[in-house]
Design a protein around this ligand. Structure first.
Ligand code: SF4
Length: 425
């Protein structure tokens, strides 16, 4: 949306009070996200009331989910665009007030291509690359397929062109995202093409790191594992949400995989790429989860020793099959299980991090730390932006820049972050 608007001579401002047009891009994955989205819309509506803002636009998943009912409920909003209509933002705003339709909420079929102008809203040296949109799975706790539609992959050529452009603007790390990366290409080519895509991206000069997120645990082909193992630019890193380990829970979640199946996949991965960092996420307190199911998850995490782990408490989300299941788990039990699993992971992570002290590892510099202007921060290949912690750099030669990959001796470890010093190459 930003890319399209800048191409039509709009400019970005830092504060909503300075904006003539305010766009609120919403989430609606669970009810608290919807509530937060509505609060933000109402907060932004105050700028319209005060007269500094002339048009208020709401886009994204909340619009897709609640559609036309929002038009009545939020009369202060000028336009609503669903998840398949965000590309209309420039036309909507270029039209005179009152001339563009109030809402576009069609079935989510659109996916952008390399022709869509793009502004990298994160650091200059790192970017996300969205390879597909939508998901053909039907996990019983998840509303995403209803909001984002079926799998729609972009072509390898389109993605390579976008990646090349990003690299020419200074990007050195691409973080591959989607709702289901494992399935990439199935709709377009009749078979998964993730390995081929990674090889095409790895041929781009100037690109150093390719990191893979959101791999579904079923259908990881051998050629993908070989590509991760053999292609130096593809980091030994895989983000693979597993959600649970107990057979009862995996069945109730309709994940289509058993604990043994997950163990086989993890074994194949570690055999093919021995130093791979595996990130996963789990849900605790899913309906019917007994203490025995939870203990099975704990033992799975204890055995598997994931490099990174996120733990969510289950949310009974209206409109999902799991919300109708009996034996919903009490909130305090969910929170207790989340705490116990995180404590276990914290011990595992601290031990792993302590094992890194003294080692010299490549670190991509991200720039100054948020906590102190004087401190630099960077990330190891095993640390994805935003979610995996970082390395605080206690000493570095003068003149180093964000985006450089430098050898760093790890000097201190905690469960989440590390401290290190840049050493001479
Ligand atoms: S694979 Fe992910 S996006 Fe798709 S239904 Fe399951 S949880 Fe939702």
């Amino acid at each position: 949306m930003v890319g399209k608007l800048l191409a039509r001579d709009f400019t970005l401002v830092d504060e909503p009070a300075q904006a003539d047009v305010i766009i609120v891009n919403t989430c609606s994955f669970i009810q608290p996200a919807t509530e937060e989205s509505i609060e933000t819309v109402l907060e932004m509506a105050k700028f319209k009331e005060a007269g500094s803002c002339s048009r208020l636009v709401v886009t994204g998943c909340m619009v897709q989910r609640y559609g036309a009912s929002l038009v009545d409920e939020l009369p202060e909003v000028d336009h609503f665009l669903g998840t398949g209509d965000y590309h209309r933002i420039d036309d909507v705003l270029a039209a005179r007030a009152g001339e563009a339709p109030k809402s576009f909420i069609d079935a989510p079929l659109y996916i952008h291509d390399e022709m869509a102008p793009r502004v990298n809203s994160w650091a200059r040296h790192s970017a996300y690359l969205k390879i597909s949109e939508g998901c053909n799975h039907r996990c019983t706790f998840c509303i995403i397929p209803q909001l984002r539609g079926k799998l729609r992959s972009r072509s390898i050529e389109s993605l390579a062109t976008e990646a090349l452009r990003l690299v020419s603007q200074g990007v050195r790390e691409l973080n591959i995202i989607s709702q289901d990366s494992t399935a990439y290409g199935r709709d377009l080519y009749g078979q998964p093409k993730l390995a081929e895509l990674l090889r095409a991206l790895a041929r781009i000069d100037g690109l150093d790191w390719l990191r893979l997120h959101y791999a579904y645990p079923i259908g990881l082909p051998d050629d993908l594992l070989e590509t991760i193992a053999q292609e130096p630019k593809v980091l030994p890193y895989l983000d693979m949400p597993l959600q649970h380990a107990s057979g009862n829970m995996l069945r109730a979640m309709k994940r289509g995989v058993t604990r043994e199946g997950q163990e086989r996949i993890l074994e194949r991965l570690r055999k093919a790429v021995p130093d791979i960092a595996i990130r996963s996420t789990f849900i605790v307190g899913f309906p019917g989860e007994t203490e025995a199911d939870f203990e099975e998850l704990m033992s799975f995490v204890r055995e598997q020793r994931f490099t990174r782990l996120g733990v969510f408490t289950y949310y009974q989300e209206e409109g999902t099959p799991a919300a109708e299941l009996p034996d919903q788990v009490d909130e305090d039990v969910k929170l207790d299980r989340q705490k116990r699993l995180m404590a276990l992971q914290s011990d595992i992570s601290l031990k792993m991090h302590k094992g890194l002290v003294g080692q010299v590892l490549p670190v991509m510099l991200d720039g100054k730390s948020k906590e102190s202007e004087l401190l630099l921060v960077g990330r190891l290949p095993s640390q994805a932006p935003d979610v995996d912690g970082q390395v605080y750099i206690s000493s570095a030669p003068v003149g180093v820049r964000a985006g450089q990959i430098l050898p760093c001796r790890i000097t201190q470890a905690s469960a989440y972050d590390l401290v290190g010093e840049i050493v001479e190459a």
